[in-house]
Structure formats: C-alpha cells, structure tokens
Design a binder for this molecule. Structure first.
Ligand SMILES: C[S@@+](CC[C@H](N)C(=O)[O-])C[C@H]1O[C@@H](n2cnc3c(N)ncnc32)[C@H](O)[C@@H]1O
Length: 318
C-alpha cells in the first residue's frame, strides 16, 4: 500500500530536485527570460544562477511550450494534460490565463511534493481562485487536490498500480486526447520502471502526444561528470538508457508502443528558435562560458512521441 511505503534517502534526493528546478525557473523569470506570474508563489527566493543555466532553462521551457501549442492546435482544448513528476510547475495557471485552458489537467508527483503543492495552493488566493469551479468547490484530502478540471495526486511513477490509481482518481479518460509531459523526470526512474511506464501510457491513450525532456549522450566525459554530479547529490540516474543519442531514445519509444517519435538535442532546438527570440535572450546577460552551454545543449534532448494520426506531424519546425 502506498500509505505505508517508506521513502528512501534516494527518494528524498529526487524530491529535492523539484526545489532546484523551481529555483532555476524563478531566477530565469526574474531576469526576464520568460513570463510566469505564478512561480514566485512556489518558491520564496532564488539565488542568481549562471547565465548558461538560465539559457538552458529558457530553451527547455520554450521547447515544451512550442509542442504544447502544437498539441492544442491539433485537438483544441477538449483534451487532458497529464504532467508526470510535475513538481511545482505552473503550466496549469499559465494556460488558465489564455484561451487554452484544457478540459482536465492532471498533475502527478511523489506525495511529499503534491502535499506541499496543495498547501501552497491553499494558502494563495491567486492560485486557488483559478482552480475553484463556479461553486468554489475544491477537495483537498491526504495531500491530494481534486477540483473540476484540475487534479493533483500523489503517486510513485515507478509503480504502475500507483499510477493507474492516481489517473483513475483524477478522471483520466482514454477517449480524450492526452498530452503527457515528462520534463526532467524519467531520468530518476531506474531500469525497467521508465520503460514500463511509457509502454503503459502508450497502451492507455490511443490519441496522445508525449514530451520527454531529459539527458542524452551521457557516455562521454562530459556526460560522466553529469552522472557523477547527480550521484553526489544522492540521485543514481538511469545511466545506461541516457547514454543513447536522441535518435535512439526516439526509437526506444516506438519499440515501447508509440506510433512515431522524433528527438532533437537542445543544440538543434535552440537553433530552431526564431532569430529575434534568440537575440532577445542573448541580450539579457553576457555569457562567458559559451562552450559549457554548448556542452549542456548537446547533453539534453527533447523527444516527442505520438499515438494517432492527428499528432503525427508534430515537429520542431512545423
Ligand atoms: C527535476 S524535478 C522536475 C519538476 C518539473 N517537471 C519541472 O520540470 O519543473 C523532478 C520531479 O520528478 C518527481 N519524480 C521523480 N521520480 C518520481 C517518481 N518515481 N514518482 C513521482 N514523482 C517522481 C520529483 O519528485 C520531482 O518533483
């Protein structure tokens, strides 16, 4: 039973990566890389990060956004978004401020993270009022939050039973197009657990797109340092799989039951951004460690896997 599961020191280290990601995002937002009116509710303070980190986060957030919009362009808002390992991500609130609020938005993470996110939502009217339906009805129970069109549920992504229960509790529907987000999450699922999850999701959602942002090409010297740095923080990552080049990572998703998949390293993603976009970001702060940024870009990839014809043409330059 999930309720009596005891969390290991490694789980605690993985849970802590959410704070790092949220701090980095807040820092980049404060410096003007992108707009996010909600991130500051989730993290009180963020020390200034190095310019290459800020640019890396910009590329990550912008790339996710490009494909989220492509997905919504193809199926409209009568769909569901399932944010795997959501951390303190603010996408739900950012979409609410546009015409793109979707029928059902589901966020899954370890109970330690979802219950903290629940508390923060409960404390902040600006967050809560975007969740409450017309009757203002929001149910918060045992660290989970359920409202009309928004569900935040604790689960362990390594355990399919836990994922299934969470998706059922959140009203996930196989008939509705699904956008599945895995932003810097699967790296923490060792060995077979990520494959089992990805195969399960491919089978469960016949009309779907999956966005995976994670490390790639970790077999070289730079990659080894990245793996060692994560291990030093207590996170033993799924090293083997992440040695693969982006194309191999895409092929793996097809082997797991997705109809089609494409992947790009972040160098290619960065180059695909419009010139004015890159120029704006490059003007925000000087970058001394150009080579370091190039290495970082070369060791992260975005993979887009799809099921169903409607999403088959999703592409970096679509
Ligand atoms: C680096 S953070 C990224 C958070 C968010 N996706 C983002 O990009 O801002 C990784 C998140 O994945 C979650 N996570 C990792 N392994 C998990 C698992 N087995 N079950 C549930 N959540 C998990 C962590 O708790 C953490 O919130």
């Amino acid at each position: 039973m999930d309720s009596i599961k005891s969390w290991t020191a490694e789980d605690e280290a993985i849970i802590a990566t959410n704070i790092d990601a949220t701090e980095c995002k807040r820092c980049a937002v404060e410096l003007g890389y992108w707009k996010d009116d909600y991130i500051s509710y989730f993290i009180r303070h963020a020390d200034r990060k190095a310019p290459e980190i800020n640019r890396g986060y910009y590329a990550r957030v912008r790339a996710m956004e490009i494909f989220i919009h492509q997905f919504l362009e193809r199926c409209g808002t009568k769909c569901q978004i399932i944010n795997l390992g959501c951390g303190f991500d603010t996408l739900f609130w950012r979409l609410k401020d546009t015409t793109n609020a979707v029928s059902n938005f589901i966020e899954l993470d370890f109970p330690a993270v979802t219950s903290k996110k629940c508390q923060i939502i409960k404390r902040n009217k600006q967050l809560l009022q975007k969740i409450a339906n017309e009757d203002g009805e929001v149910m918060i129970r045992a660290g989970d939050l359920h409202a009309d069109g928004y569900h935040l549920v604790g689960c362990d992504l390594r355990c399919l039973g836990s994922v299934r229960r969470a998706l059922t509790a959140a009203g996930a529907a196989d008939a509705l197009p699904a956008l599945l987000l895995a932003e810097c999450v699967l790296v923490y699922l060792r060995g077979d657990a990520a494959d089992a999850l990805l195969a399960h999701l491919a089978a469960a959602f016949p009309r779907a797109a999956l966005l995976v942002y994670e490390q790639c090409g970790l077999g070289d010297k730079f990659g080894e340092v990245m793996v060692r740095n994560l291990a030093a923080r207590g996170c033993v990552v799924a090293g083997g799989r992440l040695r693969a080049a982006p194309a191999e990572q895409a092929a793996r998703l097809v082997a797991l039951g997705w109809d089609a998949a494409r992947a790009w390293d972040m160098t290619a993603v960065w180059r695909s951004f419009p010139d004015e976009d890159r120029a704006r970001v490059e003007a925000l702060e000087p970058l001394d460690e150009r080579e370091l940024l190039q290495q970082l870009h070369a060791h992260y990839a975005l993979t887009v896997a799809t099921r169903g014809d409607i999403f088959a043409d999703m592409d970096l330059n679509a």
